[in-house]
Structures are given as structure tokens and as C-alpha cells.
Design a protein around this ligand. Structure first.
Ligand SMILES: Nc1ncnc2c1ncn2[C@@H]1O[C@H](COP(=O)(O)OP(=O)(O)OP(=O)(O)O)[C@@H](O)[C@H]1O
Length: 418
């Protein structure tokens, strides 16, 4: 039962969407909680929450990133907006659904919320023992009221207005927590770093390999861009999709008909390829504005654009008729990790980590002891219709988002929205 709502926010949906402030440390559970899949642990302050806000580092569609000091250590704290900017066409998150459907739509939104996307992607890196594939992530934080005040004092004016969402009718005020309060600002603590000024083949080969390996771990849409390379690693997963996911894992919906499965596969293939086409765009953009001697030559998906100076001879390739990408992200066995997590959670552990590493937001390095080498994955050849193949070959011009319908608790892909 929702508690009485504050008078300044009379119009609310009356159901909680965001995590609420914990009453005690034991309330801080790995997030997100309402959907299957990997979760991120809370940052361990080893005492009360204590953050010094230093400097605004940057912002994007979903967040503001602040340089902070915690226990004499410098970090980057990514503060998330209560965003409606989710990257899909699907049923609106409205109050009109009945109780059961509302639960399902909420779960749907949980897959798409940028904070949850990051928690799930970093959670996967931790549980699989591969934190090295991105900037280090030390856990999430729910800002308490004192820290929200301190943040306002440090950055007065309108700079962080889309984080605070003070205006009536804002999303933050529409989705109050069960105790009738505004949900706390959600943040993720990451390694602080610097971007890359110069692109070199060595860095690019590493980034490309990281993208391939992220996809091997069931993580796609990893926002490949020069500005996202911090300390030589990718840093932004706010639009990432991580298995199990309604748009990636047909096993979540046993009612999908063959046409829906085919559509979903096409959608996933396309989204997976787009990480590589984004990579190639980074390279093209760099070369466009440089002297020949500074050009870089790493290419992610040469076969989609026809023969090019960097690629093999397309005609001599036996599979020249077929379109491929480097990895099928569905091959990652997320169930194996879920089983491990369940077994460990009996002892109060999260993320499938050993008891040694648990409880400390700063214990990520210990997890990497379990690191396994990722073997070179088999290519994923697309086996769908000729029209779809032609479409995929023209990937750079392809602007297509999938629309999803919601029926009796299940999500069904419907069509491509150009
Ligand atoms: N770990 C970090 N260390 C230093 N600066 C960072 C770090 N992470 C992010 N930044 C800065 O903050 C900016 C925004 O961060 P990020 O891209 O993660 O946010 P976003 O809201 O998801 O952005 P986008 O709209 O690109 O998806 C980055 O472009 C970068 O300049």
C-alpha cells in the first residue's frame, strides 16, 4: 500500500518503478531486482555514505558524470536521469494497465532504463570474471538526502536540472517509492580517467577486440564512439542490452511464433552489427580529418561495404553470398551464471562472486582472479530472407528500430520502424 503522497505531487502512478532509499545497509541489494539476469552490487562505503563532489566531467543523453572523492580515492560518479529516453518503440509505461500487466510493463521498462542497462552490463562483466573489458566499475550508489543537498550546493543553477527533476509532473515525481517519497538519485561509481586524443591502430584493435568479447558475454549496443574510450577502455553501457533480454533471448517467451522469432533474430543481428558499423564510423571520421600519415586502418565489418583497400578479396571468399557478424551473443550461457548466483546467494553472495570478494564495492579486482580466456568465437552468419540480407549489406544507411507489442504478459516484436 503506497504511503500518503507529498502535497506537491498529487498526480502519481502510485506504483514504484525506481529503487527506494534503504533504511539500513542490509536493504541495499544488487540491482536491478525485478528481472532475471546479472546485477550490480552497491558500492561499499565501509561506513556511512560519504562523497565529495569535485568537478563536472561531462554529460550525455542519460546522465551527468562528476569527479568525486570517496575515502581519499578519486572516482567518476555517473548520475542518472529519470529518463523517458529509452531506445525502443513499445507500449508506453502508463498507469492504464491493470495490476498484472502493469507489473509486466514495469519489468519491460527495467530492461531499458539506462541505469539498469549499465548495472546489468557491468554485472555481467563481474560475474563472468571479465571486468577488464571496460572501465572498472565499483558498484551503484543511491544518493541520500544529505548528498543530494550537497550536490545541489556544489552545482547550483540549472546545470543538473535533468537529474533533480524538480518540476511538478516530472517522471521522478510520478513514480514515487512505496513510502511516498521521490526516488533517490541513482549513480554508478567508476574508475576516473581521460579520453583518447589520438586514434592509433593499436588502440583501435584493442577496442574492436573488446567489442567482440563483450558480445561474447551477451552484451551488445555498447555505444562505440571515440568519446566513450576512457583510459583505453569503453565506459558507457547506458543503452547496452545484456542477456537474458526480451529482445535477445527467445527462451524468455515460449509463445513466440516462427515469424516473430525470425523478426527477433533479424533485429538482434542488426543491433549486433551496429556496434561494428559504429566502430567503422569512428575510423572513417578520424581519417576524414587527418593527413594520410595519421590514417588508421582497422576495420570491423569489411564485408558489409564491399571490397575495400583493407579487406580480403570478396570473390575468393566461399561465403561471399552471406552476411556475417563476429559473434552470436545468444551463445553466452547466462543460465550457468544464474545457477551459480543462486547457489552463492544461499550464503548471501551476489554476482556469483566468492565470499572473499563480497560486500566490498572495491573488490572487483578479486573477481578477476576467476578470469577465463575468451576463445575466438565462431562467426554468426545470417540465414534469413534475401531482402533482409540486402538490407544488412547496406548497414550504414539502415535506420530501423523495432516496435514491440505487449500481449498477456509477453513482448512480441512487430515491425521495423524506419
Ligand atoms: N570514467 C570516466 N572518467 C572521466 N570522464 C568520464 C568517465 N565516464 C564518462 N565520462 C565523461 O562523461 C561523458 C558522459 O558520459 P557517458 O557517455 O557515460 O554518459 P551518457 O549519458 O550515457 O552519454 P551518451 O549520451 O553518450 O550515451 C563522457 O563522454 C565523458 O566525457
Amino acid at each position: 500500500m503506497a504511503a500518503e503522497l507529498p502535497s506537491q505531487a498529487p498526480q502519481t502512478c502510485g506504483f514504484p518503478l525506481y529503487p527506494e532509499l534503504p533504511q539500513s545497509e542490509s536493504d541495499l541489494k544488487p540491482l536491478p531486482r525485478r528481472i532475471k539476469g546479472p546485477q550490480l552490487k552497491p558500492f561499499d562505503f565501509q561506513g556511512p555514505q560519504q562523497i565529495e563532489f569535485l568537478e563536472h566531467l561531462g554529460d550525455g543523453l542519460h546522465s551527468h558524470v562528476i569527479k568525486v572523492k570517496i575515502s581519499e580515492q578519486i572516482y567518476a560518479l555517473k548520475l542518472f536521469m529519470f529518463s523517458e529516453e529509452v531506445d525502443y518503440f513499445g507500449p508506453p509505461l502508463s498507469c492504464d494497465y491493470d495490476e498484472k500487466d502493469r507489473k509486466e510493463v514495469t519489468a519491460f521498462y527495467e530492461f531499458l532504463d539506462p541505469f539498469n542497462c549499465e548495472c546489468r552490463a557491468f554485472g555481467r562483466l563481474h560475474e563472468s570474471g571479465h571486468p577488464e573489458l571496460a572501465v572498472e566499475c565499483y558498484g551503484y550508489v543511491l544518493l541520500d538526502e544529505d548528498h543530494e543537498r550537497a550536490l545541489r550546493d556544489r552545482f547550483p543553477g540549472r546545470k543538473l536540472e535533468d537529474i533533480f527533476q524538480d518540476e511538478p509532473g516530472s517522471r521522478r515525481r510520478n513514480f514515487l517509492t512505496r513510502d511516498g517519497r521521490q526516488p533517490p538519485i541513482r549513480a554508478i561509481v567508476k574508475e576516473f580517467g581521460t579520453g583518447v586524443d589520438k586514434l592509433r591502430n593499436r588502440q583501435l584493435s584493442k577496442t574492436l577486440q573488446d567489442v567482440v568479447q563483450l558480445q561474447q558475454l551477451g552484451i551488445i549496443q555498447v555505444d562505440v564512439a571515440q568519446r566513450q574510450i576512457i583510459n583505453g577502455k569503453l565506459c558507457d553501457f547506458s543503452t547496452a542490452m545484456t542477456t537474458p533480454h526480451f529482445a535477445m533471448s527467445p527462451e524468455l517467451n515460449r509463445h513466440l511464433k516462427p515469424w516473430a522469432l525470425a523478426l527477433m533474430e533479424f533485429n538482434l543481428f542488426l543491433s549486433s552489427c551496429k556496434d561494428y558499423s559504429a566502430f567503422d564510423e569512428v575510423v572513417e571520421e578520424w581519417n576524414e580529418h587527418r593527413l594520410q600519415k595519421d590514417h588508421v586502418s582497422v576495420k570491423a565489418l569489411p564485408q558489409l561495404y564491399g571490397p575495400s583497400p583493407w579487406t580480403y578479396n570478396l570473390r575468393r571468399t566461399p561465403s561471399r553470398e552471406r552476411v556475417f557478424t563476429h559473434v552470436d551473443p545468444r551463445l553466452y550461457d547466462w543460465r550457468a551464471h544464474a545457477r551459480g548466483r543462486d547457489e552463492n546467494s544461499a550464503g548471501g553472495q551476489a554476482n556469483g562472486q566468492s565470499s572473499k570478494g563480497s560486500g566490498s564495492g572495491r573488490s572487483v579486482a578479486k573477481v578477476s582472479k576467476t578470469r577465463r580466456r575468451l576463445k575466438k568465437p565462431p562467426r554468426w552468419y545470417y540465414e534469413g530472407s534475401k531482402e533482409n540480407m540486402a538490407y544488412l549489406r547496406n548497414l550504414t544507411n539502415c535506420r530501423c528500430y523495432f516496435s514491440w507489442a505487449f500481449k498477456r504478459g509477453f513482448f512480441i516484436p512487430t515491425r521495423c520502424v524506419p
